[in-house]
Ligand binder design. Structure first.
Ligand SMILES: [Zn+2]
Length: 347
C-alpha cells in the first residue's frame, strides 16, 4: 500500500449499524486506518460483534489496529480490568502493601491472559496489534500520592532479588527504576513475539516522559531494536500535558530517528481529545509537523475530536475534527499531486 497511513481511534459504539456510518465519515476525512479498542469487556462480551466491526472496517479499505484498552490496568485506556479483580495473586502491590487495581506485567498468570487476548485479537481480524502506553501502576492517574508506587508484589520481589542480589527496597532507587524498565521491556518483547507468531504486525506506543526528554533516545532504543516490532511510536499529547510545541517536535524527532536507525515504521499519535477552545489549529499543526518531519503513519485520538466521551471531550470537538480532517485531506491531495506529476516532475 502506498501513501501515508492516516487514522483515528474508535470506541464506545458497538452497534455495527452505527459503526458503519462512522467508518464512512472516517474515510471521507482521509483515513485509511482505524484503531478499534478491544477492552476486557469487548473480549468477554463483544467478540463476534468486534469481528463484524473489523470486517466492516476492512470493507471500507481501512487497515485495522487493535489495542488492549486498559487491559489489566497495564495499558492506556478508560476501561476497567476484570482480570485484576479475579486474580488477586497477579495484582500489583503498592508501597503501603495494598493491592493496586492493576495486574503485574511480571505475573505469569497475566502474561498467559495476554496471550489469550492476542489470540482473540487475531481471530477477530486485526491487521496490527498496538501495545499502547504500557506502564506500571501510576498512582497519580488515580489521584493517589506518588509515594504509593508499585510494584512490590511477590513476583517483582523475587525477580528483583534474583537480578540485583538484595531485597526490593521500600523506596524506589535507580535499581528499582532499571528493574521496572526492563520488566516492561521483557513484557513487550514477549507480547510482540507472540503476536508475530500469529502473523500480524506489531506496533508500540510509548508514553513520552516529559520531565526527562533528554533520556528518551537511550531509554527507548531497546524497543526500537526489537525484531518482532514493526511500528515504533509515541503519543506526545503536548496540549494535555501542558507542554510546548517545541517539546512535541522533539519527541517526534526522537521517534523518527530511532525508527529510521532500526528499520521500523515511525508512528505519531496526535491529540484530538481534551483540546481547549482556541487550540484547535494546533491539532492540524501537529499533523503537518509530524508529516514534514518524515512520519508517514499518523493517527489521532480520537474520532470526532472525542465528542462522545465527556471525560476527554474537546471543548469544541467539531472544530477539532474539522482541523484534523483538513490536515489529513491536505496530505491526500499532496500525495495525489505527487502521483500525477511526480514521475515526470522535479522528483
Ligand atoms: Zn509486580
Amino acid at each position: 500500500m502506498s501513501g501515508a497511513r492516516l487514522g483515528v481511534s474508535y470506541f464506545g459504539v458497538r452497534n455495527p449499524k452505527h459503526v458503519a456510518e462512522d467508518l464512512r465519515s472516517m474515510v471521507e476525512a482521509g483515513c485509511n486506518a482505524v484503531l478499534h479498542t478491544f477492552s476486557e469487556e469487548d473480549h468477554c462480551f463483544y467478540l463476534e460483534t468486534m469481528a463484524e466491526i473489523v470486517a466492516l472496517s476492512k470493507g471500507w479499505g481501512l487497515e485495522v489496529y487493535i489495542d488492549p484498552w486498559g487491559v489489566g490496568g497495564v495499558f492506556g485506556g478508560e476501561a476497567f480490568t476484570r482480570f485484576a479483580l479475579e486474580h488477586d495473586e497477579a495484582r500489583q502491590v503498592l508501597a503501603n502493601g495494598k493491592k493496586a487495581p492493576a495486574a503485574c506485567p511480571n505475573s505469569e498468570a497475566f502474561q498467559a491472559f495476554m496471550k489469550k487476548w492476542i489470540s482473540a485479537s487475531v481471530d477477530i481480524g486485526a491487521d496490527v496489534l498496538l501495545w499502547d502506553e504500557p506502564h506500571f501502576f501510576l498512582p497519580e492517574w488515580y489521584g493517589l500520592p506518588k509515594e504509593l508506587w508499585a510494584c512490590r508484589c511477590p513476583h517483582c520481589q523475587e525477580l528483583f532479588r534474583q537480578e540485583y542480589g538484595y531485597p526490593l527496597p521500600r523506596e524506589p532507587n535507580p535499581d528499582v527504576l532499571d528493574f521496572q524498565d526492563h520488566s516492561l521491556f521483557r513484557f513487550i518483547q514477549m507480547l510482540t513475539e507472540a503476536a508475530k507468531a500469529r502473523g500480524v504486525k506489531t506496533a508500540l506506543c510509548l508514553l513520552p516522559e516529559w520531565e526527562s526528554l533528554e533520556s528518551l533516545p537511550l531509554k527507548w532504543e531497546k524497543y526500537a531494536t526489537l525484531p518482532s516490532l514493526d511500528i515504533f511510536g509515541s503519543d506526545p499529547y503536548w496540549l494535555w500535558a501542558g507542554r510546548t510545541f517545541a517539546e512535541y517536535e522533539r519527541v517526534v524527532r526522537v521517534v523518527k530517528a530511532l525508527a529510521d536507525r532500526f528499520g521500523k515504521e515511525p508512528q505519531i499519535w496526535v491529540q484530538a481529545c481534551k483540546v481547549r477552545t482556541g487550540d484547535e489549529e494546533q491539532v492540524r499543526r501537529s499533523v503537518e509537523t509530524a508529516y514534514a518531519l518524515g512520519v508517514r503513519n499518523i493517527m489521532a485520538w480520537s474520532f470526532l475530536g472525542t465528542a462522545y466521551m465527556s471525560w476527554v471531550r474537546s471543548d469544541q470537538p467539531e472544530k477539532v475534527w474539522a482541523e484534523l480532517t483538513r490536515a489529513f485531506r491536505a496530505i491526500r491531495e499532496e500525495e495525489e499531486r505527487c502521483r500525477t506529476f511526480g514521475s515526470a516532475g522535479a522528483g
